[in-house]
Design a protein around this ligand. Structure first.
Ligand code: DX5
Ligand code: ZN
Length: 224
């Protein structure tokens, strides 16, 4: 069964409790997706370890931490909390990807590798056996509220095929531009974790939009 990973990036940061409650109430939400941006790897700055630690205390949801930072190997320990389930680093941001993935596992946390829209899935060929999640970016990282890049679906299908061919079990996540209209197609391509942000939080009725997104995700015909 696919699950949503709910991003707080476009939430009202002066009232995060309301956003947390919205996500915690819906059974399709499996994680709180935390987009950490350093202003160097991506042209935006979001929040860092103190905010992650506070939110870990404030939520019942496990954390799915997406690090959009240069050389994240320097900082990984700062993102381990009692709620951290995944830490994902960008393939493009790591000189030593294998080392960073091992560091995450050594923290007792599941590790993920993210791919930007222009990065082929083949760059993870030698990492697929040791990752718990591959995060396919379906927008260029840095901002919420961007339009979904359809080529991401081809990448998801290729990863799903490779996973089945090699008998691997990593989760495939899709991040960026997901909405109630495209979520079924994303799920059908083989995504297991679907990140949602502005489509829900910027909707006139966020709870109704979340329910619609979850319904459309579950109604999808999965092709893999
Ligand atoms: C973009 C982030 C995404 C983003 C998703 O760099 O990684 O997680 O918050 O937000 P929407 O759903 O608005 O594209
Ligand atoms: Zn993200």
């Amino acid at each position: 069964m696919a699950k949503l990973s709910a991003s707080i990036l476009t939430a009202d940061f002066s009232d995060l409790r309301e956003t947390l409650a919205l996500f915690e109430r819906h059974p399709a939400v499996g994680w709180l997706h935390m987009d950490v941006m350093d202003g160097a790897y991506v042209p935006n700055i979001s929040f860092g370890p103190p905010v992650v630690r506070s939110l870990a205390r404030a939520t019942g949801l496990p954390l799915d931490i997406h690090l959009m930072v240069e050389e994240p190997g320097r900082l990984l320990g700062d993102f381990k909390t009692e709620k951290t389930e995944y830490i994902t680093v960008h393939q493009e941001a790591c000189t030593h990807l294998d080392r960073a993935l091992r560091q995450i596992r050594d923290l007792g946390v599941r590790c993920g590798a993210a791919l930007n829209p222009a990065t082929p899935e083949g760059t993870l060929d030698y990492a697929l056996g040791s990752v718990d999640q591959v995060l396919v970016m379906s927008v260029n990282p840095g901002f919420g509220g961007q339009r979904f890049i359809p080529d991401a679906l081809r990448k998801v299908r290729a990863l799903a095929e490779e996973r089945s061919r090699r008998g691997l079990s990593f989760q495939i996540a899709v991040d960026g531009g997901v909405n109630a209209d495209n979520v079924a197609e994303i799920r059908a391509a083989g995504a297991d974790i679907i990140v949602t942000g502005s489509a829900v939080l910027d909707a006139p009725d966020p709870a109704a939009e979340l329910a619609l997104l979850a319904k459309n995700m579950e109604g999808a015909d999965v092709c893999v």
